[in-house]
Design a protein around this ligand. Sequence first.
Ligand code: ADP
Length: 500
Amino acid sequence: MYICHVTTEFSPFAKAGGLADVLEGLCFQQMRDGHTVEIILPKYDIIDMTIFDSVEIYSQHLWSHENEKKIHNVVYKVIYKGLVIFLIDPDHEHYYFSKGCIYGSAIDANRFVYFSRACVDFIQHEKKTPHILHLHDWPTAAILPIMHYLTPTFFHQTCSVYTIHNLAHQGIMNPSILTHTGINIKKFFTPHCMQDTITTSLINLKKGAINLSDAITTVSESYAEEILTPKMGYQLAKDLNKNIDKISGILNGIDLQTWDPSTDPLIFENYPSNSTHLEKVKKAKNINKQKVLEKTSLDPNAEGPLVITIARLAEQKGPEYIIEAIKVTLEKKGQFILLGSFCDSEIEHTFNQIVEKYKGNKHVFFSFNFDNDFSHQLYSAADIIFIPSKFEPCGLVQLIAMTYGTIPIAAETGGLKDTVIDASCEKGNGFLFQTNALTNVEEVLETAFYTYHCKKGLWDTLICNGLNEQFGWKKPASKYQALYLNALEKKKIDINQTSM
Ligand code: ADP
């Protein structure tokens, strides 16, 4: 099958969060499964081009449009570990992808809608006819109306698959931004297609993609059910229910070549991700813990476990629960390391106050960066990872943590609920709690710390059960393949009859 992914993230060279990991893991697995896979991505200035096996200019003259102006783009073809990736580099007066970040510029809506138009021009110009055009989240959602308008025949031989990685981000914006791509949006700017349900003067790109795509996926089975409810589906629950036959939940995996403690070059001491070598795992994790404590100047002789949180510090990730967990962990003589990045100035201000509060404390360390190397070291060193998300479409941190022998304490929601099994159950691999009261933090940490100190057999079993889980991409990729085939069959597209 010929599969083309359009995305705004790809790990490790364009990573802001889990979307990047998903693209990396899924695309490599699809390539291993024998599919022809291509990826289209913006050429951000933050991409280190030396990471690629080869770099060539694929097209010197890709012309696209914005606001009746012709915009010139260069398209690079790079090979990354065998995968073909096209990077679109617009020669734009606002330097669209030279902002030093993936998201967070004031003109994100303009730049990603422009990118969507440029992708359509690229696909058309190169006469690409993938069987599957797989789009990811709001930044690439505008491709659907643009294609429906500019190249309606394209859809006769291609199925569009749209993955909702997080329903909270919808791409709600002024309709003129989409009009600037040169399309007449009259047909799309309706309550049944992409008019925002709450602010009717705006368009909602995610709503449009839900209504225009051939198939919709989201990243865990529980989240696929949750988004159908008014509480978790925001204003899109109605559209999602209308399209219920198109929706599937496929749990994400993790790339087991990147996330393998036995070969991970970023950690201090390698060890097998295998319960039959539990003693080796524990010994190596202890060495890694000492190295991390040394690196962060924390007390090497604490009585309690090392608890970590690694997250984008957004409202979704439960910042007040993280702050509570730091307090409780320190009271219980454990240690806490928080690796977090900010996208919200209020939350940043709150955490700056917390840093002040704990200044000089040798049992807590804060790193407010996006630091991939340090994240690997933390997974390999910690006893517990604390994940208090208020909602979580899938969550990758718990999957990585379990692969590294670190026990998750997670909120009982979405993909966390699908992957973390409470210690009180058979095959338990962690602890679950509800994020409906701050007092639940003390309760769940109390249980976990008690298990750590006094029920060592159970603690080891939890580690082993986590290590025994297989969170690779083999299974999810085969589910995507079945979904693609089903969508193609519904549209009566015979992949043996269509050219690549
Ligand atoms: P989300 O996609 O909502 O941010 P996920 O749990 O799905 O959350 O994925 C988060 C990914 O980003 C994981 O690979 C995690 O290790 C990584 N990550 C999150 N915050 C940081 C950070 N501050 N530094 C390095 N890696 C981070």
